[in-house]
Structures are given as C-alpha cells and as structure tokens.
Design a protein. Structure first.
Length: 107
C-alpha cells in the first residue's frame, strides 16, 4: 500500500492567506458557487415557510390557501431563475476579468 508523501501544509496555507490579502488571484469565482447553493437553500426555506402558511390558511379558507400555494409556486420558480441569473452574471464578470488578465499577459 503506497502512501502519499507528506505535503507542506504550512506553505499551502501561507499561499492561500497571501491570495486573500492581494488581488492577483481572484477567489470570487469559487465563492459564487457556494453563495448560489446557500441562496437556493434560503429560497427553499422560504418556500417551506410559505407552504406551511398556505396550508394553515386553507383551514380558514380553502380558496385563499390554494391561491397562496399557486402564487408561492410561481414566486419560487421566478426566484430561483432570478437567483441563477444573478449568480451567472457574477461568474461572467469574473471570467471577463480572467480573459483580460490573459490578454494583458500575452507578449
């Protein structure tokens, strides 16, 4: 069973820390994915809360509760699409930055 050679964890963490302090390497592209998934979870929690409210409203008035569920479903779809569009625009800006850096570094 072969073992991997020990890595220099101190040097790796120092390089990551230096990347955070200077703006030569953009970390935003990686963070956008995390932010996107956090946003989806928050949209899902909001949808769950709205669905529970709609179900409790159905006990008072079925039509209002059903209407709220339909509006909630439309709102969730629109919200997810708008969130996706927003995150894609951020990714696009970071890709444009990467391309401009590549153009600047060409001889």
């Amino acid at each position: 069973m072969a073992t991997n050679p020990p890595s220099d964890f101190g040097a790796e963490s120092k390089a990551i820390f230096q990347n955070l302090l200077n703006f030569d390497v953009m970390i935003g592209g990686r963070l956008i994915r995390i932010i996107y998934y956090v946003g989806l979870v928050l949209i899902g929690l909001g949808a769950l809360g709205g669905a529970l409210s709609a179900l409790s409203l159905m006990s008072m008035s079925f039509a209002y509760g059903l209407g709220m569920l339909i509006i909630l479903a439309i709102g969730v779809v629109v919200g997810v699409l708008m969130w996706r569009l927003t995150c894609e625009l951020w990714v696009l800006m970071f890709r444009i930055h990467d391309e401009l850096v590549a153009i600047r570094q060409k001889p």
